[in-house]
Ligand binder design. Structure first.
Ligand code: HGY
Ligand code: MN
Ligand code: MN
Length: 412
């Protein structure tokens, strides 16, 4: 069959996504496959099985990143790479990440069954721990592979129960031999749901982000003074949770204060001793600030950090601040973005140039290789929730755009 007549098998793609959605399935139709959990291992094992069926050269590196390489006519040439992540949020959705691994898997299946060999090799990848929800930060192992994050710092990261990242990687049997070191990549395409409302609102099928916003993550630790809630007068309390509450509202007010073009969120909090009749004395919460403008995001942080100090002083609650992680905004390779828009056009899909407010492994890949992403609509603009959904028709459309974007680049 002529290359430009090739299309993915939408039913087969749907089936692989449904198979994966059974792993870590939650009662309300979502998934929970936290990084390096048993569910993550189960999904990884299934993915590796499918890769081997396609006679791909499978390798697992020391961060658990899984690669499947399809030979090209000229195997010395840098490959075209495509991938995303298998791990999910707690009570996450059935499409976030996994669509960007099953999409290129479907592409490999089409090439395999049509016996097509491209000029360049093609590599599929599943990056370990993109979400950063169990082990912060996010995009952890594409970050190590791109030489942007330090392997041993990541190995020592712990989850809320003090379990080390490296120990979990060993426990699930995915601490591979291959060094997690970048190698030349001709082009990197990541296929992903939009996770926002734009495409659906405008009735567009394919999104081509011009890039990804910066992501800045901070951890705030407050010390108060615990006491019995009854006899202790309000005057003179050092209530760590009240201090945190004031700080959290300051974070929420930041975007308006910075005249927009920025989002700021507190998503996680731990409160101790968390008993209704003890004044809280230990609180940890997280801050997530994102913007296309890195300097604006840093300015916003400097402002709110001052607020935090003032509130901590007023309440007599010593504060410790960890500037945990920053990844710059990522402007994608314009040629690849245009390639996606043209490919969508040739395939008869509507398309839109946009910005990604969600972080992706493409943020780090963009630092070392020409990179671009393909989005498909999220129903209701919802993601990181069990109701996350995308029509099978759109999943197929995005996979067709991925197929032909990869083919275009793999011939160059
Ligand atoms: O945080 C993000 O945007 C991604 O889900 N890690
Ligand atoms: Mn994702
Ligand atoms: Mn996500």
């Amino acid at each position: 069959m002529e290359k430009n007549q090739l299309r993915v098998n939408g039913k087969r793609l749907q089936h692989t996504l449904e198979e994966m959605a059974k792993i870590g399935a939650t009662p309300n139709g979502g998934v929970q496959r936290l990084a390096l959990s048993d569910e993550d291992k189960q999904a990884r094992d299934l993915f590796v099985k499918w890769l081997k069926e396609l006679e791909l050269e499978v390798s697992i590196d020391e961060m658990g990143n899984i690669f499947g390489k399809r030979k090209g006519q000229d195997s010395d040439l840098a490959p075209v790479m495509s991938g995303s992540h298998i791990d999910s949020q707690p009570k996450g959705g059935r499409f976030d990440g996994i669509l960007g691994v099953m999409g290129p898997l479907e592409v490999m299946r089409v090439l395999h069954e049509n016996n097509i060999q491209t000029r360049r090799p093609i590599t599929i990848v599943a990056w370990t721990n993109e979400e950063g929800t169990r082990f912060a930060p996010a995009m952890m192992c594409s970050g190590v592979w791109a030489n942007a994050l330090d392997r041993d710092w990541i190995y020592d990261r712990t989850d809320i129960n003090g379990i080390r990242f490296e120990d979990e990687l060993i426990r699930i049997g995915y601490k591979g031999e291959t060094p997690a070191e970048k190698s030349p990549v001709h082009a990197y395409y990541e296929y992903h749901i939009e996770q926002g409302p734009v495409l659906e609102k405008q009735g567009i099928t394919i999104g081509a982000p011009k890039g990804i916003v910066c992501l800045h993550w901070y951890d705030i630790y407050l010390e108060g003074e615990a006491n019995q809630v009854g006899p202790t007068p309000m005057e003179g309390r050092h209530d760590a949770l009240c201090a945190a509450a004031q700080m959290i509202l300051k974070v929420n007010e930041l975007p308006a204060r910075m005249n927009g073009n920025l989002v700021a969120t507190v998503g996680e909090i731990q409160n101790e001793p968390n008993s209704r009749n003890i004044i809280p004395d230990k609180v940890h919460f997280t801050v997530d600030i994102r913007s296309w403008d890195d300097d604006l995001a840093i300015k916003a942080w400097e402002l709110v950090k001052k607020d935090f100090q003032e509130i901590a002083n007023q309440r007599g609650c010593p504060i410790r601040i960890e500037e945990t992680w920053r990844v710059e905004h990522s402007p994608f390779d314009e040629r690849l973005v245009q390639n996606i828009l043209d490919t969508a056009d040739n395939l008869g899909y509507s398309s839109l140039r946009m910005v990604s407010g969600a972080g992706h492994d493409a943020s780090y890949m963009n630092q070392i290789a020409p990179t671009a992403m393909i989005f498909v609509p999220s129903i209701g603009g919802r993601s990181h929730v069990e109701v996350e959904n995308t029509t099978w028709k759109d999943c197929e459309a995005g996979a067709n755009v991925l197929l032909h974007s990869i083919l275009n680049s793999a011939q160059r």
